[in-house]
Design a protein. Structure first.
Length: 745
């Protein structure tokens, strides 16, 4: 084989292999892109594609798998290497060498021919792709036609559902308009009734205004008397302070005089002791001189010694007398100091009592605040009385007179009315709470039902999807039988699939409309429930605000009745809740009107005398005392074992907190700031602060600390005083010991 033949064969083989590879790859990619396009993913029946496509795809897999395993590049490299070997010049040009090269070339040619003969022919595969492409174009046209049908059906279904929804909306609107018309008619009738009630209340308010003018004048007089009493108490406090300062000055001067006297006596004692020591030394010196020089005889010495002993004895007696005088002076000084301390303590206690009494009374700022409150109440009393309703004619008629009994009757009627209003408001509040709880339960049930319906819709959609897939799988094998006879069978199959899809579309559309209507109905009910819940919450807030205002009125009436009871004496008769006299007047009872109550009865020999409470200046604190903590909205007899107040204590405490929070909105902020500052302190400072707070907040702890500190100070003072007294006897005893030693020497 020549070099020209080998090169020509190599070029031809390369061109054939490259062209075959490119054509197979291009056709395969085109078919795969057509098969995987999004347009053909719709669940449409494709009989031709289902019958021919599996075989064609299998052939495609075989052909591409063979040519993929064939490894054309490696084969090209091997053929190029062999061609280079054949074309290389050889020195050996003998017959045997040429024969061997010919055999090798023949062997290589046989191997190449074997590989080409084993390779699958792509031409039949390419020919089979033509009808498949034709069927794909037909299916594409059918799919577009079905899409147009589905869009038209969807538009018709949406228009029909819109008409149904508009009809429902119109029906709801008509019902709402009818309800609004009824409400307007009811509101007009209610407005007419309210106008008549307002006119009546206005007339009653004008009558009540005169009564409140008299009350305000009386309160102004009370304020003037209170201010005068305040000034008098301040003057008394200043006098007591001056007396306290004078007493303290007297005690200080007495203490200074006693200290000076004590120092003078001490100096006198020390001078006498020094004189005694000097005399003893002089006597001893004289005795030694006479003995040494022999100037005196034994008789003279005996005569001198008694004189010295007498002098020493006299000196000792003088020293003892001086010590006794010093002790007596110290005892008198201690007694005077104790008496001065007792006087000072009594003056301090009296001063603290007067200061506490002065602090408990109203100051200038409080008096000014009360005056401003009276002016504000004068303007607010009309609006407050308009909201209390009818039933004031008798009370205003009784209040027209200036007697305390008529005013007390007015307050009784008003307290009864306020108590009934409070009870009715509490009942309405409980009813609103119950209605709100029912609405919340209903809302939770509706939400649960909506979740169940949503789960049911999801399950229905899943079932429909599974049913459509199963229907498509069952109609798949029927494709060959429909495609085999003629083209007429193939033309009928898309029509059947279109009818099935149309029926399925109708089912899904009806389900969607039904569930959409149900969802809208549930949303409407949920909106209504939310509106009712918001209305209930608004009513609850309004009821709480009304209760706070009612509590404010009760506080005002309680304070007014307390001041009136303390200023004007009146007789309180024990009555029941309806104002009828109670028959058990001989037992222990408490008559109460607002914060004032009176203890009556209790086994006395004269019930009539016990039934007359002591009022005015002669009333004892046990018979008449104001209790701010206990509040009553009516004036009637109350037995000690009566628990009616305990039933409303929790409600009153809650509205008391709300009433106080309205006037002090910064209390919570200040409390939070105090807590944050306390947390920012170190551990030891926080421990000291906590301990001091616990000690100051507990009454027993305060008493214990005061007693403990007092005892400690008294003990230390006694020890110092005892040490000062015990130092003097030791000095006198040492001086007395010096004398016998000197005399013996």
């Amino acid at each position: 084989m020549t070099s020209f033949g080998l090169s020509y064969f190599d070029k031809a083989l390369d061109s054939v292999i490259d062209g075959l590879e490119n054509s197979v790859v291009d056709r395969t990619r085109a078919i795969a892109s057509d098969l995987l396009s999004e347009e053909y993913k719709a669940p449409v029946q494709q009989p031709v594609l289902q019958t021919d496509a599996p075989g064609v795809l299998n052939n495609l897999n075989d052909v591409t798998g063979y040519w993929r395993l064939f490894n054309i590049q490696e084969k090209k490299a091997e053929l190029a290497r062999r061609r280079a070997e054949f074309q290389a010049p050889h020195d050996d040009r003998g017959a045997a060498a040429l024969q061997r090269r010919a055999e090798q070339a023949e062997k290589a040619y046989c191997e190449l021919a074997g590989m080409l003969s084993q390779a699958p022919d792509p031409l039949p595969f390419l020919n089979s792709l033509l009808p498949l492409q034709k069927s794909l174009s037909e299916l594409q046209k059918e799919n577009k036609r079905l899409q147009l049908y589905s869009k038209a059906a969807e538009s018709e279904a949406s228009s029909a559902s819109g008409v149904v929804l508009r009809n429902r909306d119109l029906e709801k609107r008509v019902a709402e308009l009818e309800a609004e018309l009824k409400e307007k008619v009811e509101k007009e009738s209610q407005v007419h009734e309210d106008l008549t009630n307002v006119e009546e209340v206005k007339r009653e308010a004008e009558q009540q205004q005169q009564q409140y003018v008299h009350q305000i004048k009386r309160l102004q007089d009370d304020l003037a008397s209170l201010q005068a009493e305040h000034e008098r108490a301040q003057s008394q406090l200043f006098d007591l302070r001056e007396q306290k300062e004078a007493a303290s000055n007297v005690v200080a001067s007495a203490a200074d005089l006693a200290a000076e006297e004590h120092e003078a006596l001490g100096l006198r004692v020390r001078s006498l002791e020094l004189e005694k020591c000097l005399l003893e030394k002089r006597i001893e010196g004289l005795l030694t001189d006479t003995r040494d020089h022999g100037f005196l005889s034994a008789a003279a010495e005996d005569s001198v010694t008694p004189r010295a002993a007498d002098a020493i004895r006299l000196l000792r007696q003088r020293v003892e007398q001086t010590g006794q005088q010093l002790q007596d002076a110290e005892a008198r000084h201690a007694e005077e100091i104790a008496a001065a301390h007792a006087d000072l303590q009594r003056a301090a206690t009296r001063c603290t009592e007067l200061q506490a009494e002065l602090d408990s009374r109203a100051g200038p700022e409080e008096v000014a605040a009360l005056r401003a409150r009276i002016e504000a109440l004068r303007h607010l009393v009309d609006a407050q009385e308009e909201a209390e309703g009818a039933g004031e004619e008798s009370a205003t008629g009784a209040a027209s007179s200036s007697s305390a009994a008529s005013l007390h009757a007015v307050l009784q009627a008003r307290n009864r009315r306020l108590a009934s209003d409070a009870q009715s408001l509490q009942q309405q509040l409980r009813a609103k709470d119950d209605a709100m709880a029912q609405m919340q339960d209903r809302l939770a049930g509706l939400e649960q039902e909506v979740r169940q319906k949503a789960a049911l819709v999801q399950s229905l959609e899943a079932d429909l999807l599974n049913a459509s897939q199963n229907a498509g799988g069952m109609q798949g094998p029927v494709g060959p039988a429909a495609n085999a006879p003629s083209e007429g069978g193939t033309s009928k199959e898309p029509h059947t699939s279109g009818g099935a899809s149309a029926s399925l579309l109708g089912i899904v559309t009806s389900q969607r409309d039904r569930f959409r209507g149900r969802v809208e109905q549930l949303e409407g009910e949920m909106g209504a429930v939310r509106g009712e819940l918001a209305a209930a919450r608004n009513d609850l807030a309004a009821a709480r605000a009304d209760n706070v205002k009612l509590y404010e009125k009760i506080r005002y009436l309680q304070r007014f009745s307390g001041k009136q009871a303390s200023s004007d004496g009146f007789q309180v008769v024990q009555v029941d809740s309806e104002g009828i006299s109670h028959p058990k007047a001989s037992q222990q009872h408490r008559l109460q009107c607002g914060p004032v109550h009176i203890n009556l009865g209790g086994g006395s020999a004269s019930p009539e005398r016990d039934a007359r409470p002591a009022t005015g200046p002669s009333a004892s604190p046990a018979q008449l005392r104001a209790r701010i903590g206990r509040r009553r909205s009516a004036c009637f007899g109350l037995v000690e074992a009566d628990d009616e107040e305990a039933a409303h204590s929790a409600v009153e405490q809650r509205y008391l907190k709300a009433y106080e929070a309205r006037f002090n909105p910064f209390a919570e902020f200040q409390q939070n700031e105090e807590v944050s500052r306390t947390k920012s302190l170190p551990v030891h400072d926080r421990a000291i602060l906590t301990g001091s707070r616990l000690l100051l907040q507990n009454k027993v702890g305060r008493i214990f600390a005061a007693v403990y500190l007092t005892l400690i100070h008294v003990f230390v003072s006694v020890l110092i005083f005892y040490a000062a007294l015990s130092s003097q006897p030791i000095t006198s005893s040492s001086v007395s010991e010096i004398g016998p030693v000197g005399s013996s020497s």
